[in-house]
Design a protein around this ligand. Structure first.
Ligand code: HH2
Length: 244
């Protein structure tokens, strides 16, 4: 899954794809590089981010979803039902839902749904997140949401960096097999995230490519069915090598 943020403020590619033509070109580039899905988002969910009004989010994502949908499977990365509905009408077929609340919208449209775990909301989620057992709690939450959805296509995602410390992120990655064992296909997004910068010496987001590819490869080796990445070409290369 290639990331296409049509936002001014995403943490790693904010402002680069705000223009619809630039966004389309980058989406097609990721398809040429081997992405099976392009994930279009119009609201940053980085820690501390402010919410975006519905009209503005629609204005950002709809032209891009429409233009890309004939070329590749498009997912819509949103927390808003109105945006998910409009994007599904414009050609998206998967709802990537960091709020884990949009199953009814995806279901009504016959689309797929990614349920992601987040503790709190983006504005406050990194203020001292705490768990008794992060792996057990995240797994239980996702199984409950995914089972309750009663849909054919439900993916689960531990939500790396969403209300989690470095230690929480590493525990979830170390125990990904617990999520895989639930039987739901697992999505993992580590790409360019802050915890990688902490592990490798707080590098700029563009310098986190090796760590991003390494953690994506780890996730795939543990049975993740999809990885959400900014750097499609090296991740596809890693996937091919893993497949032998
Ligand atoms: N991470 C981000 C956004 N959406 N969706 C899923 N399913 N899993 C993730 O880990 C995930 C996600 C955050 O990354 P990004 O879109 O690159 O940044 P921003 O939220 O600043 O736009």
């Amino acid at each position: 899954m290639g990331v296409l943020n049509v936002t001014p403020d995403s943490f790693s590619d904010g402002g680069r794809w705000l223009d619809p033509d630039a966004a389309l070109a980058h989406g097609l580039r990721m398809v040429a590089d081997g992405a099976d899905v392009v994930d279009v988002g119009g609201e940053s969910t980085r820690p501390g981010a402010d919410a975006v009004p519905v009209d503005e989010e629609l204005r950002r994502v709809l032209p891009v979803v429409e233009a890309l949908a004939p070329h590749v499977r498009v997912s819509i990365d949103t927390r808003k039902a109105e945006v998910a509905e409009a994007a599904l009408e414009a050609g998206a077929t998967l709802v990537n839902d960091v709020s884990s609340s949009l199953a009814p919208v995806a279901k009504a449209a016959g689309a797929g749904w990614v349920a992601m775990h987040m503790k709190g909301d983006p504005r406050t989620m990194q203020r001292a997140p705490m768990y008794d057992d992060v792996v057990a709690e995240v797994t239980a939450f996702l199984v409950e949401r995914a089972s309750a959805a009663g849909m054919d296509e439900v993916w689960i995602d531990p939500g790396i960096g969403f209300g989690k410390t470095l230690e929480h992120n590493l525990a979830l990655l170390a125990h990904l097999k617990d999520l895989v064992a639930t039987g739901f296909p697992v999505v993992v997004g580590t790409s360019r995230k802050a915890f990688l910068g902490r592990l490798t010496g707080d590098a700029a987001t563009d310098d986190r490519i090796e760590a991003s590819v390494a953690t994506a490869a780890w996730a795939m080796s543990q049975g993740a069915a999809m990885v959400r990445v900014h750097d499609v070409a090296p991740t596809v290369e890693a996937a091919r090598r893993l497949a032998g």
